[in-house]
Design a protein around this ligand. Sequence first.
Ligand SMILES: [Zn+2]
Length: 359
Amino acid sequence: MPICTGSNLARNSEIHTFSGHQFTTVFGRNLVAELPNFVHRPCLMVTMEDLWPKFERHFNLEHTEVHLVQSLELAELDRIADDLPAINSVIGLGGGRAIDVAKFVSWRRRLPLFQVPTSMSVNAPFGHRAGIRDRGVVRYMGWTVPEAVYVDFDVIQSAPSLLNRSGICEILCYHTAHYDWKLAHQRGKAEPQWPYDPCLVTEARQMMDLVLTRLDDIRQVTEEGIRTLMLANRWGGSTFHNAGWNPRHIEGFDHFLFYALEQVTGRGFIHGQPVCLGIYIGSELQENEPERILSIIQQVGVDIRPEAMGITWADVVEAMRILPQYIEQAGLWYTIASDKPITDEFAERVRQRIYDAYE
Ligand SMILES: [Zn+2]
């Protein structure tokens, strides 16, 4: 284990043992207040209705257009990008949704982008493409490299704990993804463009192992926890591109169940809750250390009971049931979901284990 020196440089060099360019990431304080001093004017602020009042005082509205995100639908985002007044830069300020819409607009209008994640909920600030929805189906599109990603300790620490803790899902999902990739390889179902690559798996596994040594810091959202999870998410955000647009070592059943849940319920989620649920259910289906995975999710403080995300167990069962078909229709890849049908007995066992664990 590398020793904490407290300096960004030492930490970055630790991460740079892995391959490929990653977005410039700056840790510090008072970072939002500095933005108006250097972003190209006028700028577009892409943020959320509940966040903007917290930050509005730092910005002069003469130089700032504000877009409060309502939708991730492609048709709507295209309209917004087309109708924008003349602006010279884009700021994304928020969790995943604001960050993704900022990426999209920056791409469509070819504008410099400055990203300020307000929580650790997703790895979106560190990836090139925007995760949007095309008639409800997830699509990753566009290309942006931000000028910098600003991680402000005070801003992150003021976000709801669940949002921050649930960001562990972006790393823990490597566990199920690796099994899925190997399974596809063994079944002769690996996609021709993504043959199984043990080096990529090892690289991701090392990143996950590092994060697992800091679970208490992540749960408590300490500076150490923020640095560890954000730098891991930085690696995770860039590796899709750096591996040749290969998502196999970082995503599988875990995220697919979330996409299916979105379709079944038509609801928005805190990303990490349904994804952690997907990681746990995937690991059960894979018979791949499910007890360990459930205990990690609990230790970090993410509640994956359906009620904790405003849905029912019947929704989860329905998402599991439609998953193979959803994967086929969405053109996603071969995972345990396509290999092993869900039985009533399996669903009931998983339900019991989840409720027992959180009682
Ligand atoms: Zn994710």
